[in-house]
Design a protein around this ligand. Structure first.
Ligand code: NAD
Length: 496
């Protein structure tokens, strides 16, 4: 069957990759369903896209920010109209269930409306000068050409978190979407163009990380890189970007803990555990991958969790009765299988799942059973390393203090959750959990676009998306206006 062939977007023109090669985008629930062929770009394609973005920067930076914001506002409205179509296409290319892909598009809509408001809020500060008849202020300037590199698990939301704030601030962009889910980025950029974005302001270079992502990171004319992905690749990106002194924002992995105290509403915690661990098939940076249970309630909680995990309906996300979609590709299935083996060798007890699903309706895709391990100890690899699949570890603890220590004992610091009715412990956890995000009586997933999003330790390098993105995509300029009509020397003329 024939499938659509997509091109790169460079300076407003659709052009094939320099070497003419393509990558097939397959439905992870059904490999016979080919979504399209996307360019396998190389450094020459990145060069052309960056050159186009540089040309466009000359005029885009001069468009008043409220006017730039109007394009985002229209983009949000158009996305609302296209939500169902784009959600279905996203489920085809990424696999997660329709309710979640609708949520992914909705997040881009929310981001559009939120960031559109920023067009009238790119505040600077004024402050008194130390000299008479001298005016001092600081203003935000765009950074220039920015490179955006995104993962496959939030194929439209994450590109929107980067593109929209970058654009409202006056930057021009080259985006390299994940090779497994480029279509949703194309859909997002198509909508920006339909909303009036001028040619060259956003350019798409599709392809693999080392061939198309690395040249973007290294390009001398790219002033900043915003990257979301694994800590392993993030480290490489930071090292390569350092050679040209780029600003780099890194949003990376997680090993997120949910703590359930023995005074918690257990049914609420169970609902949260299932959603946090198996929503998006566990393929969220904020997925609940460790559940820390206070000993008194551990037995009852475990039994109920396993009973419900076994009943989860795994399948093609386009079927509205399905609760857990496929994993994105064979590599992720191999990772889940590898960690299921490691956990058992380390002495954890497999309570359900643990295997890829290959028979019958699962034969044409990449599916993995919802998996629960009990008896997990904090030092085990299954308790410390990111799996990025439907695999959750149960650990037990005696005291609240021990739970906080276990939660904090890992290298990552993205999201955390505490279930309790004790307000004192809730506030202590908000203070002491080492993470960029803490939920009380809600699972580790559920971020909203207008709060800061990101993590500490090996999850991030200090930047934030959402509230915080404008900081990254702007640079400060201090401006002094001397209206004294004479030379005034700071630190000298006003010194006693
Ligand atoms: P990945 O690191 O494999 O890839 C991310 C992106 O980087 C892709 O576009 C890829 O092509 C590109 N890339 C790969 N090698 C590169 C290189 N050498 N130079 C430049 N770019 C390169 O991650 P993934 O498998 O797509 O996504 C899963 C990971 O993303 C998980 O670790 C997850 O926790 C993380 N993630 C983090 C957040 C967050 O906000 N903290 C959100 C979603 C996903």
């Amino acid at each position: 069957m024939s499938h659509p062939v997509y091109k790169n977007l460079v300076g407003g023109e659709w052009v094939p990759a320099a070497q003419g090669r393509t990558i097939l985008n397959l439905n992870p629930a059904d490999h016979g369903d080919v979504i399209g062929a996307f360019p396998a770009s190389v450094a020459a394609d990145v060069d052309a896209a960056v050159a186009a973005a540089r040309r466009a920067f000359a005029s885009w930076r001069l468009v008043p920010a409220p006017k730039r914001a109007e394009i985002l506002l229209r983009t949000g409205t158009l996305l609302q109209e296209r939500k169902e179509k784009y959600a279905r296409e996203m489920t085809r290319e990424m696999g997660k269930v329709l309710a979640e892909t609708r949520g992914d598009v909705q997040e881009a809509i929310d981001e559009a409306f939120y960031v559109a408001g920023e067009g009238r809020r790119l505040y600077g500060v004024t402050t008194p000068s130390e000299l008479e008849k001298k005016f001092a202020m600081s203003v935000r300037m765009p950074v220039g050409v920015v490179g955006l590199i995104t993962p496959w698990n939030f194929p439209m939301a994450i590109p929107s978190w980067k593109l929209f704030p970058a654009l409202v601030a006056g930057n021009t962009c080259v985006i390299k979407p994940a090779e497994d889910t480029p279509l949703s980025t194309y859909n997002l950029v198509e909508t920006l163009i339909d909303a009036g974005l001028p040619p060259g302001v956003v350019n798409i270079v599709s392809g693999e990380g080392p061939e198309a992502g690395a040249p973007l990171v290294e390009h001398a004319h790219v002033r900043a890189i915003s990257f979301t992905g694994s800590s392993e690749v993030g480290s490489l990106v930071a090292q390569r970007a350092a050679a040209t002194f780029k600003q780099v924002s890194l949003e990376m992995g997680g090993k997120n803990a949910m703590i359930v105290l023995d005074d918690a509403n257990l049914d609420l915690a169970l609902d949260g555990a299932l959603w946090g661990a198996f929503g998006t098939t566990g393929q969220r940076c904020t997925a609940t991958s460790r559940i820390l249970l206070q000993k008194r309630i551990a037995g009852e909680f475990t039994e109920k969790l396993v009973a419900r995990a076994k009943k989860l309906r795994v399948g093609n996300g386009l079927d509205e009765s399905v609760e857990v979609g496929p994993q994105i590709n064979k590599q992720q299935i191999d990772t889940s299988t590898k960690y299921a083996d490691i956990a058992q060798r380390e002495g954890a007890t497999l309570l359900c799942g643990g295997h890829a699903l290959c028979a019958g309706e699962y034969a044409t895709g990449t599916f993995f059973e919802p998996t629960v391990f009990a008896g997990v100890k904090p030092a085990m690899r299954i308790a410390r390393e990111e799996v990025f699949g439907p695999v959750v570890s149960l650990l037990e603890f005696d005291s609240f203090e021990e739970a906080i220590a276990i939660a904090n004992s890992i290298d990552y610091g993205l999201s955390t959750a505490l279930y309790t009715r004790d307000v004192n412990r809730a506030f202590t956890a908000m203070r002491d959990l080492e993470a960029g995000i803490t939920y009380i009586n809600a699972p580790t997933i559920g971020a909203e676009v207008h709060l800061p999003f990101g993590g500490v330790k090996q999850t991030g390098n200090g930047h934030r998306e959402g509230l915080g993105a404008i900081e990254f995509f702007t640079t400060w300029k201090a401006v002094y206006v001397d209206y004294s009509d004479k030379l005034q020397r700071a630190q000298i003329d006003n010194a006693e």
